[in-house]
Design a protein around this ligand. Structure first.
Ligand SMILES: [Zn+2]
Length: 186
């Protein structure tokens, strides 16, 4: 029995050591690629699109236009309150479910995501993923996705489970829980 207790204590000490090491390794000081990021110590929550994401979005629109594809952004920054309202859609309010993220749980809430749609030749907004307006045999939607990935965006259509086809985001190696803590890319 004494031996058993000694073993248990030994394992607990080992577990504590592992957890301590894990805590230091996982403390959000640097992104996985080594790029340091800033802590928004003033407690300010983002109120708009993060500048680097805005630049890449504008570049994406331009590159698509160069290929004869007109795309536009339907949604960019979303406050946590807006996100909660969207989450309610199809649950406690009308319409169909469009998101699984509550306020603070979407990259939109940190200005790190945009949603896009296409415009057809009549200038109407479309979400048709097979539309080939520039007639090059490739779906315009997927051409935009490929261009976006080249620019460093992650596509919601690649997610396992709930697929968000209009959604593009840049996480800079930051998880939602790190963003919730107040970390933002530098
Ligand atoms: Zn989105």
């Amino acid at each position: 029995m004494k031996r058993f207790i000694r073993d248990v204590i030994g394992w607990l000490i080992l577990l504590a050591a592992v957890l301590t090491i894990y805590h230091f390794l996982s403390s959000p000081q640097e992104t996985p690629d080594g790029e340091a990021y800033a802590y928004t110590s003033d407690g300010k929550v983002p109120t708009g699109l993060y500048p680097a994401v805005e630049d890449k979005t504008n570049e994406l629109i331009q590159r698509a236009e160069n290929r004869g594809i007109t795309m536009f952004i339907t949604d960019d920054f979303r406050s946590s309150a807006d996100q909660d309202e969207l989450y309610a859609q199809g649950r406690t309010s009308g319409g169909s479910i469009v998101t699984n993220a509550r306020g603070g749980e979407s990259y939109h809430n940190y200005g790190l995501a945009v949603d896009f749609a296409l415009k057809n030749s009549q200038g109407e907004a479309i979400w048709d993923m097979n539309y080939d307006g520039n007639g090059n045999g490739k779906a315009d939607w997927m051409e935009v996705v490929d261009l976006a990935k080249e620019l460093g965006f992650e596509w919601g259509g690649d997610w396992p489970g709930f697929k968000d086809y209009p959604h593009l985001q840049m996480d800079f190696g930051l998880t939602i829980s790190q963003l919730k803590e107040g970390y933002m890319p530098k």
